[in-house]
Design a protein around this ligand. Structure first.
Ligand code: CO
Length: 507
């Protein structure tokens, strides 16, 4: 083994220990959200505080930085050794970027940010409950001030938002996002206008009484069909569904069961199952290195939205699944044809709440938040004007206006946590997924026939070979280009919307 390979292996070993600590922290959080006794909340906060301190200490330690510096110049990013393979060089870039981010912020800054956001979340909760924006706004002003400071510490070339975005979607810029989102807006708004004028779709049969146990039985069948291994995962209930992974052999999901409607559980299972399959598909031998980590938040979301929307809202999928559902709920569904069912689950209806939005209008909710975030970080919008701007943009993009801030600008938790730059990855996920799906269809021209038979696990294998196995070797846009042979573009997504809704609404 060459010296460079030995040094690389040493860095990987140190990094693996840090990853394992992160895994322990994520198990603590999983437990907190699922089965923890309520009175353990206090001590759990202690657990998490101590472990995150330990993680920070390790990832900014001299031991780590000197191992890294043997392979790459931390200041300039230039390689300092020969004899490394391409993926290893890509991994070093990620290690360096993350190390620089971890050490860019002074300790006092990190502490005051953590203190502010833990107070803000309570203020946001109360403000949302009482529809009282001014109870949250002083906190939000401070958060934005600190986010701008954070961008300065981290550094950026053209836009302070770039520094915030990089945490979630490296390789994407504010300028590029503005261009992409304008294209999405231009493609979506005329389509929405036509749908609003078309004959409405009936979805009343989706609501009724659907006992939890029967819904859970369907969930297990679907996860099994997708290729999700229960021997490496779990399914539990939680108030906010999520997926949590600490290793490809331990990747868990949760769902929320609503007895009045079965679709929210099914979409959640496919969504979180998609996130989890990504984690299960990461290369085992790279555990602890960037090559064993998901590429980005946007790419992660592409995997969940792929299963939730491109598969889970498609006709072939339901031609297999509807009979299963009818077995469980014959009274409600026996008289519903596949055609009527498919139309019903794809009903488009502008709504106030992002997490309840349909596939077409969802991105408009993201674009609205993105435009507001940019203006806040640029300083061209002041916090007190958020409610007015929010309502005006809702009117412009969705044609509806909230009658309270609770269902308007206070609906999402993200800003109270100090998370700016995250929302765009929700839309990028849809766009990446659609472009991947085009390439998938070329490779599997008869996939619809297979899916209609209930054979869907080959889809997971395709995603594993095109996306999962690369870890963080590529950024989101690079990975999409590598996997599809074409530069990243929103066009496949817009074409998908056009085809789908023209058929459903006979446009
Ligand atoms: Co997701």
């Amino acid at each position: 083994m060459s010296q460079a390979q030995k040094d690389y292996a040493k860095l990987h070993a140190i990094s693996k220990d840090i990853k394992t600590l992160r895994g322990i922290a994520s198990l603590l959080s999983w437990d907190q959200e699922t089965v923890m006794p309520p009175e353990a909340a206090g001590v759990r906060a202690e657990h998490l505080k101590v472990i995150s301190g330990v993680i920070h200490k390790h990832s900014t330690s001299l031991k780590f930085s000197s191992a890294l510096a043997k392979l790459i110049d931390i200041d300039t990013g230039k390689p300092v050794v020969n004899g490394l393979k391409h993926p290893q060089k890509a991994a070093l870039k990620v290690w360096r970027r993350e190390y620089k981010r971890d050490t860019a912020l002074p300790k006092e800054f990190v502490e005051s940010f953590a203190k502010l956001t833990s107070e803000s979340i309570h203020a946001w909760n109360a403000a949302k409950k009482d529809n009282a924006f001014t109870r949250f706004s002083p906190y939000l002003e401070k958060i934005i001030h600190l986010c701008r400071k954070k961008a300065d510490y981290i550094g950026y070339n053209t836009h302070p938002y770039d520094a915030l975005l990089e945490e979630f979607e490296p390789g994407m810029s504010t300028k590029e996002l503005k261009k992409i989102f304008n294209q999405v807006k231009k493609g979506t708004l005329p389509l929405l206008e036509k749908i609003n004028k078309a004959n409405p779709v009936d979805d009343t049969f989706l609501y009724g009484n659907f006992p939890k146990q029967k819904q859970l039985a369907i969930s297990e069948i679907l996860l099994d069909r997708m290729g999700y291994k229960m021997s490496r995962g779990r399914l539990d209930e939680s108030s906010h569904p999520f997926s949590s992974s600490c290793h490809p052999h331990d990747s868990r999901i949760t769902t929320r069961l609503d007895t009045k409607s079965f679709m929210s559980n099914i979409r959640t299972i496919l969504h979180e199952g998609g996130h989890s399959l990504y984690e299960m598909g990461l290369p085992l031998e790279e555990y602890g290195s960037p090559l064993g980590e998901a590429a980005s938040f946007g790419v992660h979301e592409s995997q969940s939205r792929w299963w939730e929307t491109l598969i889970g809202l498609s006709k072939p999928f339901w031609s297999y699944t509807l009979p299963l559902l009818k077995e469980k709920f014959p009274k409600q569904l026996d008289s519903v044809s596949l055609k009527r069912f498919y139309k019903g689950i794809n009903k488009v209806e502008p709504s106030l709440i992002r997490v309840e939005a349909d596939e077409l209008t969802y991105n408009l909710h993201i674009i609205l938040r993105f435009e507001i975030e940019i203006a806040l970080i640029e300083g061209t919008l002041s916090v007190r004007d958020i409610p007015d701007v929010w309502n005006q943009k809702m009117e412009e993009l969705l044609g509806i206006c909230p009658d309270s801030n609770t269902t308007g600008c206070l609906q999402d938790i993200h800003w109270s946590l100090g998370v700016f730059g995250y929302f765009p990855t929700y839309s990028l996920g849809n766009l990446y997924a659609a472009q991947l799906f085009e390439a998938f269809k070329e490779d599997h021209p008869h996939f619809e026939h297979e899916v209609a038979q209930g054979n869907i696990s080959f889809i997971k294998d395709w995603l594993a070979s095109r996306v999962h196995r690369h870890g963080q070797r590529y950024t989101g846009p690079e990975l999409i280009k590598k996997a599809t042979g074409k530069p990243f573009s929103p066009k496949p997504f817009l074409a998908h919307l056009d085809d789908k809704y023209s058929a459903i609404y006979a446009l």
